[in-house]
Design a protein around this ligand. Sequence first.
Ligand SMILES: [Zn+2]
Length: 62
Amino acid sequence: MSEKQVFSVGDVVKMKKAHPCGSFEWEITRTGMDFGLKCKGCEHAVMLPRQKFEKAVKEIVK
Ligand SMILES: [Zn+2]
């Protein structure tokens, strides 16, 4: 995705790789230097540095 892509808390994003639970979709719970994400499949929560997050995202679902 473009580095100029704007992400907001509450957005649902689709990742390039599936979570072990089988879901590709995550909800953004925090933005900034680090991004907070919650898996839509199993509700597992993670924190990722922005750069790593941007490389892992395929598209914004909503
Ligand atoms: Zn999951």
